[in-house]
Ligand binder design. Structure first.
Ligand SMILES: *Cc1c(COP(=O)(O)O)cnc(C)c1O
Length: 408
């Protein structure tokens, strides 16, 4: 396994995809905020599942089904431990952050009446906006926005003014995928709780960089996608406090989530199964556990400090390019840099970078309100993970300079 010292070359050998070429150039993968790459250790777990014990869980008496069930439940325990949830049944497997949010947005509607208020931050991903708008349409609740400033920092005084005894739920991302801002979620949770509002934190962008502690945060709901933290796509978790999950009705009906079904009345299974209708992504859940093992073996403190080094290095180098503006200049940031060059469309820069083997994201990053705030159509976003290097930052900077020369 990996040394305790941060050995970037050894780490990179764990990721076979980093060796490939794109358009004749070595791949420089800087789209980690959209999805992260998968280490061989996790790929092995996926292959092992399908080769050796693929079976449906919680149902069969046969050996394969037992093995798959044990491994799947073991993964739940790993996830519980990683996020320091008090109970393993507070970890609900989902298909990802989007489903986790939709689950809460659906089931929480039983607690809402017309005129109740929901607070959303100005820097949310669409998946933490649209489900709540749909909820408001169904219930007559009202959505209010916590504004931000030019640096991409939430205005906490306005947030406190917006809180009232009508506020039932507050939702905010832990880290903004468009700007990289790390939001003061501990304060948001504490303030919201003083007036009895529940809080959902979208942890999709934070979880790859910050180890969040559910009990310390005292958060009500927290959502994560495995594919942003070295795991596969199509799997994630919703953490929910037991008392909320017990009070909330199920999200979807089907197999696995019932205790007893008759045509007169159906009773629901206990947590977590009440919220896990149908056959889940079994292999994905097990691989998610393996991804956490992999990242924890490196250590989140080492990961965070190395990524901060990359962030500072890249920020310093990019700001030396004349006409380049970085969006998202909060003091507390993860390794995400959103930028534009005056007079050039972000898409054009992205296209030229791709020709040079450099993968970045261009566009609104599923956060159109953030782009509207800055009056821009989108940005170029370079997002770094612990397996990126300073040499790759240099390649990016050189690529951006070349693009600028070609396009201006
Ligand atoms: C990626 C992301 C999502 C959506 O995650 P899915 O895996 O697509 O469900 C939501 N919020 C933030 C902040 C994200 O970065």
């Amino acid at each position: 396994m990996i040394n305790t010292v941060f050995d970037i070359l050894t780490i990179r050998t764990d990721f076979p995809i980093l060796n490939r070429k794109v358009n004749g150039y070595p791949l420089v993968y800087l789209d980690n905020a959209a999805t992260s790459q998968t280490p061989q250790q996790v790929i092995d777990v996926i292959v092992d599942y399908y080769r050796n014990y693929n079976a449906n869980i919680h149902r069969g008496v046969h050996a394969l089904s037992q093995e798959a069930t044990d491994k799947y439940e073991e993964a739940r325990l790993k996830i519980q431990k990683h996020f320091n949830a008090a109970k393993s049944h507070e970890i609900i497997f989902t298909s990802g952050t989007t489903q986790g949010i939709n689950l809460v947005a659906n089931s929480f509607s039983t607690f809402l009446k017309p005129g109740d208020e929901l607070l959303v931050s100005a820097m949310e991903h669409h998946s933490n906006i649209v489900p709540w708008q749909m909820l408001c349409e169904r219930t007559g609740a009202i959505l209010k926005v916590i504004p931000m400033n030019e640096d991409g920092v939430l205005l906490m005084d306005t947030f406190k003014d917006l809180l009232s005894n009508r506020t039932k739920l507050v939702f905010c991302n832990h880290v903004s995928n468009a700007l990289g801002t790390i939001n003061p979620i501990q304060e948001i949770i504490e303030e919201s709780h003083t007036i009895g509002a529940a809080v959902l934190i979208d942890g999709a962008q934070a979880a790859p960089h910050i180890k969040a502690d559910m009990q310390k945060l005292d958060v009500d709901f927290y959502t994560v996608s495995a594919h942003k933290m070295c795991g596969p796509t199509g799997v994630g978790i919703l953490y929910g406090k037991e008392e909320w999950l017990n009070k909330m009705p199920p999200y979807q009906g089907g197999g696995e989530m019932i205790a007893e079904v008759t045509f007169e009345k159906t009773t629901y299974a206990d947590l977590p199964h009440k919220f896990e209708a149908g056959t889940p992504n079994i292999c994905g859940g097990i691989a998610f556990g393996a991804a956490l093992d992999y990242m924890n073996a490196i250590g989140f403190d080492s990961i965070a400090s190395y990524e901060q080094e990359l962030l500072q290095y890249a920020t310093q180098k990019l700001t030396m390019i004349e006409g380049l503006r970085i969006y998202g200049t909060a003091k507390e940031k993860t390794s995400v840099i959103s930028f534009n060059i005056q007079g050039i469309h972000p898409y054009d820069i992205g296209t030229i970078l791709d020709k040079l083997g450099i993968a970045v994201r261009t566009g609104h990053h599923c956060a159109q309100p953030v782009m509207d705030f800055y009056h821009i159509p989108g940005t170029v976003r370079a997002s770094f993970n612990f397996y990126n290097t300073k040499e790759e930052v240099d390649v990016l900077v050189e690529g951006v300079r070349r693009a600028k020369k070609m396009l201006l």
